[in-house]
Write a protein of this length. Structure first.
Length: 167
């Protein structure tokens, strides 16, 4: 099978793939892969394609081109359009501070966040992971994808260590 086709398939099937991962999976040198990634990127710049290859942080992904975004948005049910101000406040806190415990979020907001966290978790916007005696809340990959969060911020968000909040 053609190496470019393999790379395209791996990028398409993942939420983002690094050159190191591609090297491990294909057995090819990163320098060779970098050249092929640039060729793939150039190929998808052609107006006949609705997607483009972008690098966000150290990860390569396919994204919908801007001229197709409205069509794609119409075809996807947007459950996030009816978020309350409290829900948006919690989402912003988690985006800006990285994985946080309920206690940390409560302290930032100055009030109890139990109901809001539960509703955002049920909606699939937040995911939670057990850490010691508490849950840490972080933005779900599905939410990041649907609102193109990394593209809006123009980078993969890397958070400083939260005091006492580690995954």
């Amino acid at each position: 099978m053609d190496l470019k086709a393999q790379i395209e398939a791996l990028i398409f099937a993942t939420r983002g793939v690094s050159i190191e991962q591609l090297s491990k999976w294909t057995g090819r040198e990163p320098e060779e892969l970098q050249i092929l990634l640039e060729e793939i990127r150039q190929h998808f710049l052609d107006p006949s394609h609705g997607v483009e290859l972008k690098k966000m942080g150290q990860f390569y992904r396919f994204y919908t081109k801007a001229n197709c975004a409205d069509l794609v948005a119409k075809s996807v049910k947007n459950v996030y359009s009816k978020l309350t101000s409290s829900q948006l406040e919690v989402i912003a806190a988690v985006i800006l501070n990285g994985p946080c415990s309920k206690q940390t979020i409560d302290e930032m907001r100055g009030r109890d966040s139990s109901f809001v966290l539960r509703s955002l978790h049920k909606m699939g916007i937040l995911r939670r992971k057990r850490s010691k005696n508490a849950y840490l809340y972080e933005i779900s990959d599905a939410f990041k994808d649907s609102v193109m969060l990394e593209e809006m911020l123009d980078l993969k968000v890397e958070h400083p260590e939260n005091k006492g909040d580690s995954l």
